[in-house]
Design a protein around this ligand. Structure first.
Ligand code: HEC
Length: 103
């Protein structure tokens, strides 16, 4: 029974390792992946084509501060408060650092 369980576990572990290696090999950082969800509203690389504010060229301090304030409700919002509730402090830091690299 135990050995069957381990046989089952092996392909899953191998798959997860392969997935992790693939995204690193392609040079996609965790910050870039987390920031993909922002493009739907803020445009590619944060360059908004419409009414939603552009976040391209903003500093990492600005992005991490506003995201943290949206999350706590300190900064009023329509959607950002709900959107940021899903991110940890570490993820907000990675997102902010990623946007700051887009010049
Ligand atoms: C569903 C659409 C949507 C998504 C997805 C979204 N935003 Fe926003 N964002 C908005 C809107 C709308 C505002 C204006 C504030 C509000 O009403 O929530 C805003 C405001 C902001 C602001 C403040 C801009 C300023 O100049 O005041 C920042 C920074 C920001 N978003 C960052 C992000 C980041 C980073 C992500 C991805 C993690 C993201 N947003 C995802 C819609 C979105």
């Amino acid at each position: 029974m135990r050995s069957r369980f381990l046989t089952c576990l092996f392909p899953i572990t191998a798959l997860l390792l392969a997935a992790a290696t693939t995204s690193q090999a392609a040079g996609i950082s965790q910050g870039a992946m987390l920031s993909n969800s922002c493009a739907a509203c803020h445009g590619t690389d944060g360059k908004s084509p419409g009414a939603i504010p552009s976040i391209h060229g903003k500093s990492s301090q600005f992005i991490s501060r506003t995201l943290t304030e949206f999350r706590s409700g300190k900064r009023p919002s329509t959607v950002m408060g709900r959107h940021t509730k899903g991110y940890s402090d570490e993820e907000i830091r990675l997102i902010a650092e990623y946007f700051a690299t887009l010049k």
